[in-house]
Design a protein around this ligand. Structure first.
Ligand code: HEC
Length: 282
């Protein structure tokens, strides 16, 4: 029987029993160990590398990688596929967190890479974050954006590297679209998730790389300053590791996105700062 057919009531029971869908994060085995354990074959995946590509200049790279859905089946069991609104959290050593909806992993070709296909060092320059020769291992989530060109505009926002842990987590909707908040903000909540929350937080939810509460900071920064900072942080603070909104998007769309993110953050009710808030409202 396909686990996609798990009745919602069982899933609800699992949620109730474990809090999150999967109680503890899975520490990924090193690539050699994983390879020995898996029934899966690694494959060569060619992508347009978003960390190296600049407007109008695509740089292609090939990686050795496992298809993410098949790998997750092996690591988590097929149950992770059952609730499309749940999320897989990819956590890096430095606190960078990417939460990718299950639906997206099932819809677009995602892979977990562990080496370059040409045997060169497994590292990349990250132009957006002013960082050079960044190690990518042990694992790097990549997307076949040649087969799925609609993924290119987002840039590298959903390409977490140095991934050491994965975990199946409930939907982030409770934190990002709390009860009483109009559903029309759903798109902005998703954009914040994609572009900001791998490093920052909203009312306790998000990454630990720079765990600043955006809902609070948006109330403290004046609109023009906010706009300049999001569009080109390096122009405001040279050498910052905060990436700009994706340079691959048309400028008008980037400006609109910056404004909408601010409007959304101002519309969010501000939760009181509590030390334990990170996991309190998943
Ligand atoms: C890769 C990590 C990363 C991502 C993604 C990121 N930021 Fe940042 N952000 C930082 C860092 C690091 C700083 C601290 C800036 C510094 O000191 O260089 C920062 C600082 C800020 C600040 C504080 C600026 C100030 O003047 O106090 C705001 C506001 C902010 N980010 C908003 C955002 C928003 C909104 C997004 C999404 C569109 C975002 N950030 C995405 C890393 C990130």
């Amino acid at each position: 029987m396909s686990l996609r057919l798990i009745p919602p009531v069982l899933l609800a029971a699992a949620l109730w029993l474990g809090g999150p869908v999967q109680a503890a994060a899975l520490v990924l085995p090193q690539p050699a160990e994983l390879q020995a354990r898996l029934r899966l074959q690694a494959q060569v995946v060619r992508v347009i590398e978003p960390h190296l590509s600049q407007a109008g200049r695509d740089v292609r790279r090939s990686y050795r990688a496992y298809p993410a859905p098949a790998l997750l089946d092996e690591l988590l069991g097929r149950a992770w596929r059952a609730s499309p609104e749940a999320e897989i959290e990819f956590r890096a050593l430095d606190g960078f967190v990417s939460r990718i909806p299950v639906a997206q992993l099932l819809r677009f070709p995602a892979f977990l890479a562990f080496a370059r296909a040409d045997g060169q060092a497994f590292q990349v320059d990250n132009h957006g974050q002013n960082e050079r020769q960044v190690p990518l291992g042990p694992y790097y989530l990549i997307w076949d954006n040649i087969a799925a060109p609609q993924l290119r505009a987002e840039g590298g926002a959903q390409w977490p590297y140095q991934v050491v842990q994965i975990q199946l987590r409930p939907s982030s909707q409770a934190a990002l679209l709390p009860a009483g908040m109009a559903a029309r903000w759903a798109e902005q909540a998703r954009a914040a998730q994609t572009y900001c929350l791998s490093c920052h937080q909203i009312n306790g939810y998000g990454g630990d790389k720079m765990p600043l509460n955006l809902a609070l900071r948006a109330r403290q920064i004046e609109a023009g300053q906010w706009q300049r900072w999001l569009l080109e942080p390096a122009a405001v603070k040279p050498g910052t590791s905060m990436p700009p909104l994706p340079p691959g998007l048309p400028q008008a769309q980037r400006e609109a996105l910056a404004t909408q993110l601010r409007d959304y953050l101002l519309a969010l009710p501000l939760a009181e700062a509590k030390p334990a808030a990170t996991e309190a409202r998943p």
